[in-house]
Structures are given as C-alpha cells and as structure tokens.
Design a binder for this molecule. Sequence first.
Ligand code: MG
Length: 203
Amino acid sequence: MKIIAVGRNYIDHAKELNNPVPETPVIFMKPDTALLKDNKDFYYPDFSTDIHYEVEVVLRICKEGKHVSPKFATTYYDAVGLGVDFTARDIQQQHKEKGLPWELAKSFDSSAVISSLIPITDFENPDQIAFSLQKNGNIVQEGNTRDLIFSYGQLIVFISQYITLRKGDFIYTGTPAGVGPIAIGDHLEGFIGQQSMFTCAIK
Ligand code: MG
C-alpha cells in the first residue's frame, strides 16, 4: 500500500505557514514504513528538533483507479480514519528554501499515525466531518471537511491522473490551522466528532 498526502488543503493552514493557496492539489507521499497504528508510541527522532503534528482526515481507497472520472470518484473510498502527518518542520523549511523535495521532512518512520477506520456509510454526511486534536488534554486543532479546498472526489480525480490508486491505499486529506510542535512527554488524542479515534504518546 501507499500513503498519498495533500498539503495546503485548508485556507487557514496555508495562511498560517505563509504559503499561497494552491490552484491544484499539492501532493506528496509517504512509504508504508511511515504508518504508526494501534495507538503506538511515537519516538522523537534524532534528526529533527522541530517535529509538528498535523491532524488529518484519512480516506481508505477500496478499488483500483486510474483516470477516475468525477462522476464515479466518490465510489473509490469506503472508510474514513483520522491520522497525524508528522512533519519535521525544520527540515521542511531548509528544503523549501532550496527548492528541494520534502521527503525527508515528511516520510520518515512512524510519521503517519492512523486510527481505526469508520465505514463511510456510517456518516450522515461524509463531506462534513468535524475533527480535532488534543495535546495534553487541550484542543490544539479543530477542523471540518466542509472547509477542504479540494474535496475527496476532486483529490481522487486529480491524483489518479498521475498515480494509480490501489485498494488499501490511504489519502491524508490535509490539515486545518493550529499545527504546532510536539515534545517528549506529550500525549496526543484525535477525535472525529466526540469519538476518540487514536492516542499517541511522544517518547
Ligand atoms: Mg499534512
């Protein structure tokens, strides 16, 4: 499986990092070794001193798709989870300044927290999912997927022009405002609505 992630997909987050609001989706990838499942601990890596959390709604792809048409795009995912796109902001900033790719800032081991998944059919309106992240019991990020710049369907149409989607792939749909640093000893907990989706201790 592969993890496809979307950068700058909420206007308020693009602005907080002084990035322009994109005209087409900003896409990057993480390898399967980035996944951090089952509420496992995150071990702060030696190569960064500025790892940030980014809480994101995650789509699970349910069938192979290439050049998916807009009409059928919403049939390509069957479940939603909540994840964290851990980002080494210091490395990302250095690479952005040099115009280099973001991989080392984004794709390191355990950089993709994933929760258990909820079938898409369980949502009254999957395009309006409220989600939040707590750090040490305080809400640090709150979002709602109705504010996505590029919708689930638009992302699937766009990505599948370039990259074949396969069953089991994840799409991290982007983070709202409020990203910030983690430190050893912190405790993260992600919520969809009032439902706790994952916990993650920083070690
Ligand atoms: Mg992100």
